[in-house]
Write a protein that binds this ligand. Structure first.
Ligand code: NAD
Ligand code: TDX
Length: 334
C-alpha cells in the first residue's frame, strides 16, 4: 500500500490509528478525511501532519469528494461516525446521516474503484448480555440486537458493508471492537469525563446503579488489531476485537478516584441512560487464533494511570470544551 485514506482520523480512535501507522510505516502516505465536528480536533494530528500525512476537511457524504479521495487511495479505513450514545438519544438525525449515508457513500466509491475497505464498528451492534460475568460473550455469530439510535445506525452500516461484499464483490473486512480508552478521547465519554471532572473541581457522575459492565481495551491495541485485519485479514470476514477487560462502571470510577487520591465515595449518582445496555463482553478468539493478534495493554490499572497522566498534562486540549459538555449533561440531569 502506497496511500491509505482514513475517515474520521481527527477523532479519538482514528487519530491514534493515524499515529500508529505513521510511526510503523513512515513510507505510507496517509490522507485523512474528517469533517471536524465537535468530536474532531485538528490538534490531534499536528505532530504528524506534513509531507506524508494530509488532512482534508470534508464530509463522508460528499460524493464527488469521496470519489476523488477513494480513487487516489489503495485502501480506506473507515472510522468517521457520530459516536456518542447519549447524543443519539437527544438528536439521532446526524447519526443516520453520517453513519448510514456516509458509509453508503464510501462503499459505493470503494466498489466503483475496486479498493480495499475496512469498516470500523462496535460491539454494541449485538445489544447487551446479562450481568453475570461468567455468562456468554459476543462472537461473530451473535445476533444483531442494537438498543440505541447510535448502535442501530452502526448495525445498519455493518449490514450495508456485508451486502456490498456479497452483491458487488467489495473487498472489505469489518471489525467490531469493545470500549476503547486512552489519549485524545473526547471528554463527553465516561473515563475522560470523570478524570476531567476531578481535575476541574467537579464531582464524577455515575449513571444509575453503576453495575453496567463494559469490556475495556486500550486504543493502541485496537489500532494494532485494525492493522492486522487490513493487511492479513480474510476478505468478507468480521473480526471481534476485545482484551478481556470487563469491569463495572462503579469499579472503574472507584479505580479513577483511588489513582487520583480522592475519597472512594466522592461522586454523584445521576439519572440513568434510557435503554442502558447492561453488559458487553467480547470473545476475541478469531482474531487471536487466525491473525495472532493479542493485546499488549493487559494491566488496566496502569493503562488508566497513563491516561489520567495524559489528561493532566494536556489540560489545554480539553479545558475549553469542559463547561459546554457539562452544561449539556446538566440539562439532561446527568
Ligand atoms: P469520535 O467521535 O472521537 O471521532 C469521530 C470522528 O469522525 C471525528 O473526528 C469527527 O469529526 C468525524 N466525523 C463525524 N462525522 C463526519 C462526517 N460526516 N464526515 C467526516 N468526518 C466525520 O469517535 P471514536 O470514538 O474515535 O470512534 C471511531 C469509530 O470507532 C466509530 O466508527 C465508532 O463507532 C467506532 N468504535 C468506537 C469505540 C469506542 O470505544 N470509542 C469502540 C468500538 C468502535
Ligand atoms: O458520565 C457518565 N457516567 C456513566 O456512568 C457517562 C458519560 C457514561 N456512563 C456510563 C454509560 C456506559 O455504561 O459509562 C459507560 C460508558 O459510557 P460511554 O463512554 O458513553 O460509552 P458506551 O455508551 O459504552 O459506548 C462506547 O463504546 C462503544 C463508545 O462511546 C461507542 O462509540 C462505542 O461504539
Amino acid at each position: 500500500m502506497k496511500c491509505i485514506l482514513i475517515t474520521g482520523g481527527a477523532g479519538f480512535i482514528g487519530s491514534n490509528f493515524a499515529h500508529y501507522v505513521a510511526e510503523l510505516h513512515p513510507e505510507i502516505r496517509i490522507v485523512i478525511l474528517d469533517k471536524l465536528t465537535y468530536a474532531g480536533n485538528f490538534r490531534n494530528l499536528v505532530d504528524i501532519l506534513g509531507k506524508h500525512v494530509e488532512l482534508v476537511v470534508g464530509d463522508i457524504c460528499d460524493v464527488p469528494l469521496v470519489n476523488k479521495l477513494v480513487h487516489q487511495s489503495d485502501a480506506i479505513i473507515h472510522f468517521a461516525a457520530e459516536s456518542h450514545n447519549d447524543n443519539s438519544l437527544v438528536n439521532p438525525w446526524s447519526f443516520m446521516q453520517t453513519n448510514i449515508v456516509g458509509t453508503y457513500t464510501l462503499i459505493q466509491a470503494a466498489t466503483k474503484y475496486n479498493k480495499r475497505f475496512h469498516h470500523v464498528s462496535t460491539d454494541e451492534v449485538y445489544g447487551d448480555l446479562p450481568l453475570d460475568m461468567d455468562n456468554e460473550k459476543f462472537t461473530p455469530d451473535s445476533q444483531y440486537r442494537p438498543s440505541s439510535p447510535y448502535s442501530a445506525s452502526k448495525a445498519s452500516s455493518d449490514m450495508l458493508v456485508r451486502a456490498w461484499i456479497r452483491s458487488f464483490g467489495l473487498q472489505a473486512t469489518i471489525s467490531n471492537c469493545s470500549n476503547n480508552y486512552g489519549p485524545y478521547q473526547h471528554i463527553e465519554k465516561f473515563i475522560p469525563r470523570q478524570i476531567t471532572n476531578i481535575l476541574s473541581g467537579r464531582r464524577p457522575k455515575l449513571y444509575g446503579s453503576g453495575n453496567n459492565v463494559r469490556d475495556w481495551i486500550h486504543v493502541n491495541d485496537h489500532s494494532a488489531a485494525i492493522w492486522d485485519i487490513l493487511t492479513r485479514g480474510r476478505i468478507g470476514e468480521t473480526y471481534l476485537v476485545g482484551a478481556d477487560g470487563e469491569m463495572s462502571n462503579k469499579a472503574v470510577l472507584e479505580m479513577i478516584l483511588k489513582l487520583m487520591k480522592q475519597p472512594q465515595n466522592a461522586y454523584d449518582i445521576v439519572k440513568d441512560r434510557p435503554g442502558h445496555d447492561l453488559r458487553y463482553a467480547i470473545d476475541a478468539s478469531k482474531i487471536r487464533d487466525e491473525l495472532g493478534w493479542q493485546p499488549l495493554y493487559t494491566d488496566f490499572q496502569s493503562g488508566l494511570q497513563e491516561t489520567i497522566n495524559w489528561y493532566m498534562d494536556h489540560q489545554d486540549w480539553w479545558q475549553m470544551d469542559k463547561n459546554k459538555v457539562e452544561m449539556t449533561y446538566a440539562r439532561n440531569n446527568q
